[in-house]
Design a protein around this ligand. Sequence first.
Ligand SMILES: Nc1nc2c(ncn2[C@@H]2O[C@H](COP(=O)(O)OP(=O)(O)OP(=O)(O)O)[C@@H](O)[C@H]2O)c(=O)[nH]1
Ligand SMILES: [Mg+2]
Length: 459
Amino acid sequence: MLLSDTITAIATPFGTAGVGIIRVSGPKVLEIARRIFQPASANCHFETHRLYHGDIISSDGKTIIDEVLISFMKRPHSFTGEDVLEINCHGNQLIMKNILEELVTLGCRLARPGEFSQRAFFNNRIDLAQAEALASMITAKSANACAIGLAQIKGTLTKEIDTLRTLLIDALALIEASIDFTDDVAAADVPQLPPQIDLAALRLQSLLASYSVAKIYTEGVNVVITGKPNVGKSSLLNALTGKKKAIVTDIPGTTRDLITDSINIQGVPVNLVDTAGIREPKDAIEKEGIALVWENLASADAVIILLDGSKPLTNEDREIIQKNKDNNILIAINKTDLLPAWETGTIAELLPEKARIINISAKFGTGLNELKNTIVDSCGVENTIDTGGAMINNVRHKIALEKALTNVEAAKDNILSGISPEFIAFDLREALDNLDEITGRKINDEILDKIFSSFCIGK
Ligand SMILES: Nc1nc2c(ncn2[C@@H]2O[C@H](COP(=O)(O)OP(=O)(O)OP(=O)(O)O)[C@@H](O)[C@H]2O)c(=O)[nH]1
Ligand SMILES: [Mg+2]
């Protein structure tokens, strides 16, 4: 589907850089390139996928706007499937804006967010899952998240969806055969359970299981540091991040707000939150701070409960452990550089069976590697992921796969309980529709617009 207008946008981020890239896509690209670009050598024939050196000139031909390198990608062998021009200019916002304005004067329209990807999708250069993978790779926060995105761009998810479709279409053919050859629908033969149905259910389940791991690599885990005042929570945040993010003093009740920072542990983005010490609040500010702690604890993937090993345990410590018993907790005994005031065994009976205890000194940095590794282990992160197999990290894909699995399970139940094959065929067709929503083979325009408009400009 070739669209009539030619679109343009800056593809590099806002700010100052050595180089900035402006993209142009559509039917007028070559005509515009000839008008806006003055090649340094007479030998410029806008051959596809070649780099040409020269100047961008104003539309009245009077002013040189920048010295650039440009490349022309002839359709259909371009990202969008249309003629594409990429201008590598100097990464100054004023220069880029000037060039953009000249392009608009020559007949381009400013692209909407995600419009280049949307055109790539309409022209069958990529499917919807691949377009979404591109967007997620651009914003990925860890090397593993990039790898998951790249595997999807290369088509691993699409291939798995195709395999699932084939299984369901084969099963549907068998079920439909039993409809066609039956004279009396009410007394139709109950079809056998096609093996493809169980196979499809298994594959759907394992694809869905990949979501939690992929999500961890994509969005990271949220880890809240809690404990009573002065146990060293802010010192721990500073020690783990290697920055002086939080104020550390020996006055209990120093931290009031939530203080956050992210670190990378074994390729997993870990979002750390330092919090106000928990005690009977002394004023309204501290009360607010402590209320915020409880809110955050409720949604944490892991909670580090910090205890001061150099001072006797108190009821406040016990209460904090008790109130977090449904959370994924790690006990860190801090200040182990000082003489211990209590035995580790003292708290054993207060803890859930799988809670781990780690001795640390936030001040001197001891035990932090063990703490870091334990954080990642406790969040159920596998050290290695197989991006060769398909994985999903997008909630839209997860919902569609869950629906497809429900349809497949309904088809199976209906076969086993001898329900008329029409109903089974209906379930299988619904499952196929849900899979087609992932790749965009069948999807309504409003959803499509919503997906692409969430992409960034120039993508
Ligand atoms: N000896 C020793 N002192 C520590 C250690 N960690 C923290 N401290 C000291 O303990 C005091 C309190 O540290 P903070 O990090 O401010 O404690 P906090 O838990 O954030 O305190 P609040 O913000 O008041 O809740 C400071 O004087 C720190 O220097 C440690 O590992 N060893
Ligand atoms: Mg603090």
